[in-house]
Design a protein around this ligand. Structure first.
Ligand code: T5A
Length: 201
């Protein structure tokens, strides 16, 4: 990895990742922070997003895992790695921990961390009860995609896997109570990000 700063946001559906990514992106716009979302961010990624989330296609769990990872590899190649090499800050709305939690924890597929996928410098896990996240999405008028339509049990396994991942790497993960207000969560994010940004310059 270069000398930039790689920040990722993770969590179950409706936990507020996109909201926090936008708040942080605005706060760091003076540094031209690069904001990406997964799956997406490249032509391949956006096509994959359609296939994975809205096509209604029946997919084998392992095939699904490779598709998410192929989209990620392309995003690393086109966007993330060059930005980090230039010393930029990259903020990602989901990254490889999503595959570990959803395809690994949720579907029971064995998922590894490829050597060519950089580890983020910091990862914020937005922890929120699964039902509350679904309520928020409903209130926001967001219709459920292919993964979101899975059972409550599936989403509980995803949440449990996120907790396990965060406990296993306490130096990288910061677990946040996502039931707090947007501003409170953002404040906690900044308490971790600001010193790291100061250390960059
Ligand atoms: N997936 C993805 C995999 O299975 N494997 C993978 O490897 C990857 C990368 C992605 C789907 O793909 C799966 C996981 C997902 O199912 P997506 O459309 O990107 O799909 O969906 P999500 O990432 O889940 O995004 P959502 O938009 O559903 O949820 P967010 O981003 O967590 O939440 P956000 O910020 O949009 O907020 C939801 C609502 O809550 C409000 C917001 O205003 C919004 O209305 N809100 C709050 N309300 C009260 N208090 C707060 N603190 C709030 N923060 C936000």
């Amino acid at each position: 990895m270069g000398h930039g700063l790689f920040i990722t946001f993770e969590g179950t559906e409706g936990s507020g990742k996109t909201t926090q990514v936008e708040l942080l992106g605005e706060k760091l716009s003076y540094r031209q922070a690069v904001v990406v979302r997964e799956p997406g961010g490249t032509e391949l990624g956006e096509r994959m997003r359609e296939l994975l989330l809205t096509s209604g296609m029946e997919l084998d769990g392992e095939a699904e895992m490779y598709l998410f990872m192929a989209a990620r590899r392309q995003l690393l190649h086109e966007v993330i790695t060059p930005a980090l090499a230039l010393g930029r800050i990259v903020i990602a709305d989901r990254y490889h921990d999503s595959t570990l939690a959803y395809q690994g924890g949720g579907r029971g597929v064995p998922v590894a961390w490829p050597a060519t996928f950089p580890r983020p410098n910091m990862t914020f896990l937005l922890a929120l009860p699964v039902e509350s996240g679904r309520d928020r999405q409903l209130r926001a008028g967001k219709s459920a995609d292919r993964v979101e339509r899975e059972s409550i049990d599936f989403h509980a396994r995803v949440a449990a896997e996120y907790e396990r991942l965060a406990a296993a790497e306490p130096a990288r993960f910061m677990r946040l109570d996502a039931s707090e207000t947007r501003e409170e969560v953002h404040h906690k994010v900044m308490s971790r990000v600001s010193p790291a940004v100061d250390a960059l310059s």
